[in-house]
Design a protein around this ligand. Structure first.
Ligand code: FAD
Ligand code: NDP
Length: 493
């Protein structure tokens, strides 16, 4: 009896439910489970899956709960993208781009008094209000589609039953035939570094700050770090990026260098090959940061108002009590192991989005995976999510959009001799990857992604008529390869 009780107990309670939570899950009087589908996590993937399943006529519940950040930041329904990711990030990126346009405007005859100060409070308030309207929109959509929403933190009791705990401690036990885990991730803190947790913030906080972060040190060199550093610089803040190795690991490195060179030329400072060792509070309130230059071994210090950790994300699996359901994770990444059908080691439990092993951490992939999964479960479909050739854009001041392989990956897979301009050299010269650096790279790349998905060849791209004058037309005009040694600089219009 004691062993059974222990096996059924959730991590933070649910003990009182143990006698009801039998191995097959909690069933009602008619032997039915509460729901056809229970989705854990109301972010991009979870909401898409739940809404699609409900549209297909199934009985669906979503549970979503946000633990406040260590700094105490909280937000509503919609997950990372809506609250602390894509949406507030893109709006702040837009704010920074507008600043550049205002400065340029005088060259086009606009008489704008210079300098034009930026008001963080106003921007943040507008961004936060927009996010709150999206939170509300998600609530309404769930209601309209008759998806039951619970604001509770879920953990498994057994393979068909989940226990949820609300803010006030109230427990709810829910059972379902199918369970989808879409709990996403949260920013990583280097807890071994003195002062990191105490004084640092992350992307979970930056968009919700009421006051300007001031002079900021951004630690990390990938999407989050460079995007945040880009918009902070763009709105006029003194911004430094501290990176330990290369920028944008996994991306085409020639393009990545162009991204950081452009940022540097527009005022972002870079400390390369450096490792941060401690953060201390100075008597004037600023943060004294100490780092070591790996090449020289020398220590250096600087004073900042804000230290922003952007060193990757941790999947939210720890508190799910996955072992109670028998769901396997990768012990290194802590992500949930899934197959091509998004199924975990337990056939009726699925994982989608950032929490699933080997998936791109992007909103559109989580959404599409969630929809397709619901269609397979309740719509008689057998369509699988195709994770190849997923387009993406890094929203740095000069945006970088790409789809397919980087030049490095293309060469590694096909050999240097067989690759020219990230296309196969042999006819039909299949395009392997497309990389675009310039304004509106997201818009440009989205269109070309369709061509790549349809296995476009280099010849077909060259036969595509450009739209003049645009930046995208440069893609259909690319005729000079690196191998030719010719200068690709465009001199005419
Ligand atoms: P999430 O959206 O993270 O949702 C998971 C939800 O589950 C959260 O609400 C969480 O609180 C909840 N939850 C967790 N555990 C439990 C539990 N035990 N019980 C109940 N609820 C739980 N992607 C793009 O495509 N484009 C971008 O421009 C972009 N920008 C980004 C910028 C930043 C700063 C960040 C951090 C990410 C960005 N991303 C972007 C990535 C994108 O936000 C994620 O890939 C996407 O949100 C993942 O969706 P998801 O459904 O897997 O999880
Ligand atoms: P990533 O995991 O992509 O990158 C982590 C970065 O932090 C790397 O530069 C890494 O350096 C560095 N790093 C890791 N540990 C340390 C450490 N201890 N000290 C110093 N630096 C460290 O994380 P992100 O948070 O940037 O992004 C997470 C995901 O979110 C992305 O993969 C992306 O899919 C998604 N996202 C998408 C966006 C978009 O679509 N525009 C925007 C933002 C996020 P190293 O290379 O040396 O390991």
């Amino acid at each position: 009896m004691a062993a059974m009780a222990a096996a059924l107990r959730g991590p933070a309670g649910c003990f009182r439910w143990q006698t009801r939570a039998l191995a097959g899950g909690v069933r009602g009087a008619a032997g039915q489970r509460d729901y056809d589908l229970l989705v854990i996590g109301g972010g991009s993937g979870g909401l898409a899956c739940a809404k699609e399943a409900a549209q297909l006529g199934s009985k669906v519940a979503v549970v979503d709960y946000v633990d406040p950040s260590p700094r105490g930041t909280r937000w509503g329904l919609g997950g990372t993208c809506v609250n602390v990711g894509c949406i507030p990030k893109k709006l702040m990126h837009q704010a920074a781009l507008l600043g550049g346009l205002i400065r340029d405007a005088r060259h086009y005859g606009w008489e704008v008094a210079q300098p034009v100060p930026h008001d963080w409070r106003k921007m943040a308030e507008a961004v936060q209000n927009h996010v709150k309207s999206l939170n509300w929109g998600h609530r309404v959509q769930l209601q309209d589609r008759k998806v039951k929403y619970f604001n509770i933190k879920a953990s498994f009791v057994n393979e068909h039953t989940v226990c949820g705990i609300a803010k006030g401690g109230k427990e709810t036990l829910l059972s379902a035939d199918h369970i989808v885990i879409a709990t996403g991730g949260r920013p990583r803190y280097p807890t071994h570094i003195e002062g990191a947790l105490e004084y640092g913030i992350t992307s979970d906080d930056i968009f919700w700050l009421k006051e300007s972060p001031g002079k900021t040190l951004v630690v990390g060199a990938s999407y989050v770090a460079l995007e945040c550093a880009g918009f902070l610089t763009g709105i006029g803040l003194d911004t430094t990026v501290l990176m330990r190795s290369i920028p944008l690991r996994g991306f085409d490195q020639q393009m990545s260098s162009l991204v950081t060179e452009h940022m540097e030329s527009h005022g972002t400072r870079f400390l390369r090959g450096c490792i941060l060792s401690r953060v201390r509070r100075l008597s004037d309130g600023q943060l004294q940061v100490t780092w070591e230059d790996q090449a020289s071994g020398k220590e250096d210090t600087g004073a900042f108002d804000t230290v922003l950790w952007a060193i990757g994300r941790v999947p939210q699996t720890r508190s799910l009590n996955l072992e109670k359901a028998g769901v396997d994770t990768n012990p290194d990444s802590q992500k949930i192991l899934v197959d091509a059908r998004e199924a975990t080691s337990v056939p009726h439990i699925y994982a989608i989005g950032d929490v699933a092993e080997g998936r791109p951490e992007l909103t559109p992939t989580a959404i599409m995976a969630g929809k397709l999964l619901a269609q397979r479960l309740f719509g008689g479909s057998s369509d699988l999510m195709d994770y190849d050739n997923v387009p993406t854009t890094v929203f740095t001041p000069l945006e970088y959009g790409c789809v397919g392989l980087s030049e490095e990956e293309a060469v590694a897979r096909h050999g240097q001799e067989h690759v020219e301009m990230v296309c196969l050299r042999e006819p039909p010269q299949l395009v392997l990857g497309l990389h675009f650096l310039g304004p509106n790279a997201g818009e440009v790349t989205q269109g070309f992604a369709l061509g790549i998905k349809c296995r476009a060849s280099y010849a077909q791209v060259m036969r595509t008529v450009g739209i003049h004058p645009t930046c995208s037309e440069e893609v259909v005009k690319v005729r000079i390869s690196k191998r030719s040694g010719l200068d690709p600089t465009v001199t005419g219009c």
